[in-house]
Structure formats: structure tokens, C-alpha cells
Ligand binder design. Structure first.
Ligand code: PSV
Ligand code: MN
Length: 405
């Protein structure tokens, strides 16, 4: 890949604008995108699961795959786990295995949406005993965090109702607050609880955590260890996610992201495919917020349906890297100047100029400096890893502990 000449020209152009290219490269090298264990197993829609030959069948194979994505990109060193899908008897052995592969266990995601008793909700269920069971699972996940060294409890609830009058909405809110307050007490020191929201599905009349405002209000009640998790696929059409991000950053309550792309519903399409400009807008807010964004966790949340799992995950990480690179080369000084003088389109053009910049030579340079292949997708396609795991693992009959067919 002959990118050096292009990189030199880009570096000169950016330097002339007062952008410190060494600083940009240093930030790109520090980027950290967490991949989800469930993205490596078979998954699908409620209509059909198309099994992928070579999909990971258990948490060890998921770690192998995640380590491979990290080896190619250099920026995906941690793996989110889902409990009980990824539960093991010996957590020390799992930690050691992850370490031997060059990755660590990241966020712990409880699962309160697949058991029979949760038909009417988990922590908001009308029955006290079902709520107790749900809380016990959340506490168990806090204990797992202690064993894996995880610093994030990532919470998403399928809770909600399907018909007006089905349940008392405010009582459900109180049940939810009570359960989370109890869970909060069990959070390991220094860790955080991230509250995800989603405006519909699987409940279709009301969802107990429907939007960022509900997660935010609840986080405020719980305490500083509770923050909001923005899943980019969980908003209504046309929602300005960058605005939500800016607001939460300013309030110091943006805990992290679940990245994916959506065209209509929570499609879990590859992040940055249908929405590259939206992803770039989000990253500009993060870059602008500087220190306010220092603890934000960046996680992928995708379950690939028809696409090859490994290439999909690789592309997802690379799309986040591209968006971040574009956001880092925005001329923020000039942007601010134009904002102050009310130069509406002049200000806008500062953003489109960065977005339209071909950052591939910059990223190739960064990767070379990190001793990586300058083009990870080409490296993946030239490599035999996918073929090897296809031969070794064959076609899994289940989702590898993830979404069943
Ligand atoms: C739900 O749609 C969700 O986005 C939540 O983050 C879950 O944890 C994740 O998918 C995996 O089930
Ligand atoms: Mn999510």
C-alpha cells in the first residue's frame, strides 16, 4: 500500500491549518473500542438465524476472535460479556486465557430478557418474587465484575408493557428505582453502572427506560457511579444523537456508547455504514468535550445477521476509527471563530471539510507506527484465520450462548 506521499501532503495541509499532526496520531493510537462477545456467535432475527461457518461457539472462542480483531486493529483490547451466555465456573482461568490472547474482559451485561418469568418485566415486574430474582441476577453480575476486574455494569432492560392499562406505569418506575438502588450498593469500588434506554421493543406500548432523559433522571437519583449509555440504534428516526451526547457530556453523565447503525429499527447494522456523517458528528462532540469525555466507554453492540462475523466486527472498529480521525482534524479554532460571527454555512463547511478528507493515509501511517498492517481489511482477506476457524468449528447449532435461533 503506497500511502506515504498522500500522508505527507495531508500532514502538511493540516499543519498549515495549525493542527498538530503528532497529537492527532497519538490520540488515534490511544483509541479504545470494545467488541461484544455476542457479536462473534451466531445470531439473527426472529425470522431466521443464518448460521455462519466458523462462528464462535463459546466464550473462549469469542475471546479468540476478539483477540484477532485486536491484533488487526490495535485498538480493540477488551471484550464485553453477557451473563449467563458467557458464564464460566472458573473466572480466573478465563481472565488468564484472555490475558494470554492479549485482551481483557470489559463490561458485564446482565440478561433479564430471556427467561420465562420475565414475560411481564424483570425489575419492574408486578410480582415481588420475580423482582427479587432479577435483583439477585444483577448482584451476581456485580460479583462477576469483581472476579473479572470489569469496571462497567452495562444495563439494558426489555421491561415495558404492550397495552394501555396493562400495568401501573409510575409503580413500575418505583420498582425500577428500588431495584437499581439495591444493585448500586453492590457495584465494585471505582466501577460504574451504565443505564441504556430504548424507546420500543420488545415492549410496544411503553418501555420503562424509553429515552436518555429517563436514564439520566434515574442516574441522578442513584449517584455518581450511575451514568447513561447511548446505544446509537435506540432512537426514533431523525433524533439528533450528537445533541444528546453533547448534553450528557456537559452534565458529566455520559457513561458510554453501544455503537451500531440503524436504518429503521434496532437493526444492529454495522456502525458507520448508513450513518457515517452522524457518527462523525458524535465524535466531534466528544473531541470538543476533551476532558469531559475521558471516561466514556466505546463499545460495539451488533449482532450480525447475513454478513461474515469477523469482517463485520473489523469493519465496525475501523469505521469508528475513521470517524474519530475525521473529528480530530476539524479546525476547531476556525469553527469557533465562524460560530461567533454567525457564519452559518462557513462554520458548517469546516465540518464538511474534515468529513470529506481522505483520512486513509493518516490511518495507514498510524498503523505502521503501531507495527500493524496499514490496511487491516486487506490483511484480514489475505489471512487464513476465517478459513481456519470455519474448518475447526464448522457450523454451530446454537448461538454460542447468545441469541438462540
Ligand atoms: C438491546 O437491544 C441491546 O442493545 C442491549 O444493549 C443488550 O445488552 C444488547 O442489545 C445485547 O442483548
Ligand atoms: Mn445496546
Amino acid at each position: 500500500m503506497d500511502y506515504q506521499g498522500d500522508y505527507q501532503r495531508l500532514a502538511e495541509r493540516l499543519t498549515a491549518k495549525g493542527i498538530n499532526i503528532e497529537d492527532v496520531k497519538a490520540k488515534l493510537k490511544q483509541q479504545h473500542i470494545e467488541t461484544p462477545s455476542w457479536g462473534y456467535g451466531n445470531s439473527g432475527t426472529r425470522f431466521k438465524v443464518f448460521p455462519w461457518r466458523g462462528a464462535a461457539r463459546n466464550i473462549y472462542e469469542k475471546l479468540d476472535d476478539a483477540a484477532y480483531i485486536h491484533k488487526l486493529t490495535g485498538i480493540a483490547p477488551s471484550v464485553a460479556i453477557h451473563i449467563p451466555w458467557d458464564k464460566v465456573d472458573d473466572w480466573n482461568a478465563l481472565n488468564d486465557y484472555a490475558k494470554s490472547k492479549g485482551v481483557i474482559i470489559g463490561a458485564v451485561n446482565p440478561n433479564l430478557f430471556q427467561d420465562e418469568q420475565y414475560k411481564l418485566g424483570s425489575i419492574t415486574h408486578p410480582s415481588h418474587s420475580v423482582r427479587e430474582e432479577a435483583i439477585a441476577h444483577l448482584v451476581e453480575c456485580c460479583e462477576i465484575m469483581n472476579k473479572t476486574g470489569s469496571t462497567l455494569l452495562s444495563l439494558w432492560f426489555a421491561d415495558g408493557t404492550n397495552y394501555a392499562g396493562q400495568d401501573h406505569i409510575r409503580e413500575r418506575k418505583h420498582r425500577m428505582e428500588e431495584a437499581l438502588a439495591e444493585t448500586y450498593k453492590h457495584l465494585p469500588a471505582g466501577s460504574r453502572m451504565l443505564l441504556e434506554y430504548k424507546f420500543f421493543e420488545p415492549a410496544f406500548y411503553h418501555t420503562d427506560f424509553a429515552d436518555w432523559g429517563m436514564s439520566y433522571a434515574t442516574a441522578l437519583k442513584l449517584g455518581e457511579q450511575a451514568q447513561v449509555l447511548v446505544d446509537t440504534g435506540h432512537h426514533a428516526q431523525g433524533t439528533n444523537i450528537a445533541h444528546i451526547v453533547a448534553f450528557l457530556l456537559d452534565e458529566k453523565r455520559l457513561g458510554g456508547f453501544h455503537f451500531n447503525a440503524r436504518k429503521y429499527a434496532d437493526d444492529d447494522l454495522i456502525v458507520g455504514t448508513v450513518n457515517p456523517f452522524e457518527l462523525f458528528e458524535i465524535y466531534t462532540e466528544l473531541v470538543l468535550a476533551d476532558d469531559l469525555a475521558k471516561d466514556v466507554a466505546y463499545m460495539i453492540d451488533q449482532s450480525h445477521n447475513i454478513e461474515p462475523k469477523l469482517e463485520a466486527m473489523l469493519l465496525s472498529v475501523l469505521n469508528c476509527q475513521t470517524a474519530y480521525a475525521r473529528a480530530l482534524i476539524v479546525d476547531y479554532a476556525k469553527l469557533h471563530e465562524r460560530q461567533q460571527t454567525g457564519d452559518v454555512l462557513g462554520a458548517h463547511s469546516i465540518l464538511t471539510d474534515a468529513f470529506d478528507t481522505d483520512v486513509r493515509p493518516l490511518l495507514a501511517q498510524v498503523r505502521t507506527e503501531m507495527d500493524l498492517h496499514p490496511d487491516p481489511l486487506a490483511a484480514y482477506r489475505a489471512d487464513d484465520y476465517a478459513q481456519r476457524v470455519a474448518d475447526e468449528r464448522g457450523v454451530a447449532e446454537t448461538g454460542g450462548g447468545g441469541y438462540p435461533g
